[in-house]
Write a protein that binds this ligand. Structure first.
Ligand code: BES
Ligand code: ZN
Ligand code: ZN
Length: 423
């Protein structure tokens, strides 16, 4: 099989990942059982052997993914994909690269499965079960779960307001990974976990709702990271936090005009129940700050405005700390996941002013991704924090490339693993 690697001038690590994914796809369609590939990129390509082996592995494993819970997926034909190299010195690094690649791809696939699961089988309590399952048999991971009653005592009025319209009760999940030896950093990863976003009483039009099972994509990234974190073994204490709720309209639902009190005591005027993600994050971010971490990163399918700005493949990074932004963007570069910074423009802050509360939950017509970010900033105190709006890239409405099929993408899992690896 001869696969083109593109123009030499444009050759990069992702060319290797794509070539491996294409090879796998063609071999599979031809019914080939065993594929042997050279270590693309490490020779004339001039790339690092470990990175090349990682990219090949990611390409193959991600390309082989099928969501096969409700239909029987076609049988996978290829059962071995081997990498050969004539450079004896590259063998050990390639082996390490294969392990890196397996960790990244398996974490992303874990997230894909959660996002692809329809909302009737992915309730807030299902996310709790998934977190607990990840913890089973792993001494390095603990899981704490807070139910509705505990959340009321904790004053999580903002998170609870969103849950009111649903018959499925809310939960706050807190997973803790403790490394062996002394932790170099304490990190909080916070995910938006709205298992279905109907918009609530500010109901979405039917076609906007079609993909809203993906609105727990932030928590899927956190769970994807935790599913492989013991294999990655980072030198950081990592906290995974999400508030799982369903946003539904009903006689019990919260209404436009309601005023709620968040866990940090700030009051919020709810003018649109479809801007619910920031309401759930207000309390989960407050909870995260109480852990006193070195930094917080939240991931959220937060705004349609972000998709308008950057399209379906690129997520937006907003932060109160430029060093953290740089760290995230360079991890994204290394993982070949597309992320781009947006400013937290101070002059837009007054757009969130309310006549009756500390804040309102919408900021007017323009710059919606930024005003959402500014809203979140009110709940992180002074802690270094970054918000990644993954609304576009979490769910692919069409196949993106040879290793990213339609559906949940697992976007951002490999970036976070890269970032944790670098600590
Ligand atoms: N979950 C949506 C954002 C979204 C849109 C995610 C498209 C993935 C794809 C979010 O809760 C939402 O509805 N946001 C509103 C905010 C608005 C009411 C201020 C939006 O973007 O329209
Ligand atoms: Zn919404
Ligand atoms: Zn939402």
């Amino acid at each position: 099989l001869v696969v083109g690697l593109g123009k030499k001038k444009e050759f990069e690590l992702d060319s290797v990942r794509k070539a491996a994914a294409v090879s796998f796809g063609v071999a599979n369609a031809l019914g080939v059982k065993r594929v042997v590939s050279v270590l693309h990129g490490a020779g004339n390509g001039g790339l690092v052997p470990r990175d090349c082996a990682r990219a090949i592995t990611e390409g193959v494993v991600l390309a082989s993914y099928r969501f096969g819970i409700y239909v029987k997926p076609q049988k996978k034909q290829v059962d071995a994909f081997e990498i050969v190299t004539s450079d004896g010195r590259a063998v050990r690094s390639a082996e390490l690269g294969i392990e890196d690649g397996e960790i990244g791809a398996e974490g992303a696939i874990f997230a894909r499965d959660l996002v692809n699961m329809p909302a009737n089988d992915m309730l807030p309590e299902t996310l709790v079960e998934k977190a607990k399952e990840i913890g089973v048999g792993k001494g390095s991971i603990r899981v704490r779960v807070y139910d509705q009653e505990k959340l009321e005592k904790m004053g999580a009025g903002s998170l609870l307001a969103v849950a009111k319209g649903s018959d499925n009760p809310p939960y706050l999940v807190h997973m803790i990974y403790t490394p062996e030896g002394k932790a170099k950093k304490k990190v909080c990863l916070v995910g938006k976990a709205v298992t279905f976003d109907s918009g609530g009483l500010s109901l979405k039009p039917a076609n906007f709702m079609e993909t809203m099972k993906c609105d727990m994509g932030g928590s899927a990234v956190v769970l994807g990271v935790f599913s492989v974190i013991d294999r990655l073994a980072p030198k950081a204490e990592v906290h995974g936090i999400f508030g799982a709720v369903e946003n539904m309209p009903s006689g019990k639902a919260f209404r436009p005009g309601d005023v709620v009190t968040a866990m940090n005591k700030k009051t919020i005027e709810v003018l649109n129940t479809d801007a619910e993600g920031r309401l759930t994050l207000a309390d989960t971010l407050t909870y995260a700050t109480k852990q006193k971490p070195d930094f917080i990163i939240d991931l959220a399918t937060l705004t349609g405005a972000c998709v308008v700005a950057l399209g379906e493949e690129i997520s937006a990074v907003m932060s109160n700390d430029t060093a953290l932004t740089d760290q995230i963007l360079s991890a994204a570069k290394a993982a070949d996941e597309k992320m781009w910074p947006l400013p937290l423009e101070k002059n837009y802050k007054p757009l969130l002013k309310s006549d009756v509360a500390d804040l309102k939950n919408i900021g007017g017509r323009w710059g919606g991704a930024i005003t959402a970010g500014l809203f979140l900033e009110e709940f992180v105190a002074e802690i270094p924090w970054a918000h990644i709006d993954i609304a576009g890239a979490t769910f692919a409405e069409r196949p993106i490339d040879a290793y990213t099929p339609k559906g949940g993408t697992g976007h951002a899992v490999r970036t976070l693993l890269e970032l944790l690896r670098s600590i």
